[in-house]
Design a protein around this ligand. Sequence first.
Ligand SMILES: C[S@@+](CC[C@H](N)C(=O)[O-])C[C@H]1O[C@@H](n2cnc3c(N)ncnc32)[C@H](O)[C@@H]1O
Length: 254
Amino acid sequence: MSSSSRPLTLPKSELDACQLEQEHVHKVYNEIAHNFSNTRYKPWPRVVDFLCSFSNGSLILDVGCGNGKYMNIRNDIMMIGCDRSEGLLKICRDRYFEVFLSDCMNIPVPTNMFDGVICIAVLHHISTEARRLLALKEIVRILKPGGQALVTVWAKEQEIDNKKSTYITKNAKTCPIHTKNETTNELIIHTPRTEFQQPDCLVPWAKPTEKVLRYYHVFIKNELEHILNHISQVKIINSYNDDGNWCIIFMKIA
Ligand SMILES: C[S@@+](CC[C@H](N)C(=O)[O-])C[C@H]1O[C@@H](n2cnc3c(N)ncnc32)[C@H](O)[C@@H]1O
C-alpha cells in the first residue's frame, strides 16, 4: 500500500509515474539493498556470453547495475555501472567498482561513448511505456555506432513451450491469486512464484520483519521489439526468452 494507505493505481500522469517509482522502486531498493545484494551473486550465463563478445579494451556501461554482479566478469574491458539506488551503489563502491548515481532515463554521459551497454532486469520497474521508450532511447544515444546493447526484462509469460520458468517451479506456493478491480485500475499484489495475472503489479519482497512491495511491469512477447521500433538507428540482432525473461540484443547503426 502507499504511505497514505490508499490503493495504488496505474499512473495517469508523469507525476504519478515518478511517485509510484519513487515509493515502490527506488525507496524499496535502498531499504532492501543489503538483503537484495545477498541474493544476487550468480551472473546469468547469457549476460556473461554477451560481455565476452566484446574485444579487449572495450568500454561497457551497466545501466541499473545493482550490486555490480556483472562488473568484474572480465578484467580486460572497462566496466562502469550506474544505478538509482545509493544503497546498492555503496555496495559497488565497497567492492571498488566504478559507479555513479543516475536514472536510466537521463544518463549524464556523452553521446556515442560506449562500445556496449547491459541493462539487466531494470526496465520492468518503469511504469509507463513513454518512460520505457525514454530509457531505451538513452541507451541508444550513449552507444557508439556499431556498439551493442543487451536489455532483459521480466516476462509476463512464465511458461514457454510447456516449460515453466525456474521462478514458477522453485518453491511453488499455493497462495490465493489476487485479481484486479477493473473499475479502479488498482494495482494488484502479485502472489510470488505464481503466473502473473496482470502486466502491472506489486511484488512483495519478504524482509525478515516486514513486507515491502516493488512495482513491476512484466513484458509480453515482442513488447521490447515494439518499443525499439520507435527508435531510429536500431538494428535488432537477437531476441530470446531466458528462463522467464525477455531479452534483446541490438546494435546502434550510423
Ligand atoms: C532487479 S535489480 C537488477 C540489478 C542488476 N542489473 C542485476 O542484474 O542484478 C533492478 C535494479 O534497477 C535499478 N533501477 C530501478 N529503476 C531505475 C532507474 N529508473 N534508473 C536507474 N536504475 C534503476 C534498481 O535500483 C536496481 O538496482
